[in-house]
Design a protein around this ligand. Structure first.
Ligand code: FES
Ligand code: FES
Length: 162
């Protein structure tokens, strides 16, 4: 067992967990932040994506102990002052939500890809970057549209896929 401390959504948190506890289980079970989902046991689906020190990571592929001392942002930490993050708002506006199971991971992945690519982001890049995120609903079309719209909203210049 290990006692670990980290910053989650701007708040310092501590917890005791097994050395083998995955970050996703620490987030969901110790902290009760169930917006981060588990959709596979093969590190393929991306439903568990969070940001660790500003970069998107699959929280099912990292031990909680490895994240000790880091700053984690989960889907619960994106909205500020009651306002949805532009990526969340774009998913809503462009019907990228569907059943919602993959949405937290999609949104966290999208925020990071927009941060990294800024105005260079285009549809092909969005689709390539989403290879680590699986949606089991009706497909990726509206998700891609939402991400491109959010990139535009956040300062880039792109056309949404039609
Ligand atoms: S639960 Fe992490 S990739 Fe599927
Ligand atoms: S919206 Fe249902 S799995 Fe993606």
């Amino acid at each position: 067992m290990a006692k670990i401390t980290m910053t989650v959504n701007g708040r310092q948190v501590s917890g005791v967990c097994d050395d083998r506890t995955l970050l996703v289980h620490f987030i969901r079970e110790n902290l009760g932040l169930t917006g981060t989902h588990v959709g596979c046991d093969t590190s393929q689906c991306g439903a568990c994506v969070v940001h660790m020190d500003g970069q998107s990571v699959k929280s099912c592929s990292i031990l909680a102990a490895q994240a000790a001392g880091s700053a984690i942002t989960t889907i619960e930490g994106l909205a500020q002052n009651g306002e949805l993050h532009p990526v969340q708002a774009a998913f809503k506006a462009h019907h990228g939500l569907q059943c919602g199971f993959c949405t937290p991971g999609m949104v966290m992945t999208a925020v990071d890809m927009i941060r990294r690519h800024g105005s260079a982001l285009d549809e092909a890049m969005v689709r390539a970057e989403l290879e680590g995120n699986i949606c089991r609903c009706t497909g990726y079309h509206n998700i891609v549209k939402a991400i491109l719209a959010a990139a535009h909203e956040m300062g880039g210049v792109r056309q949404a896929a039609e």
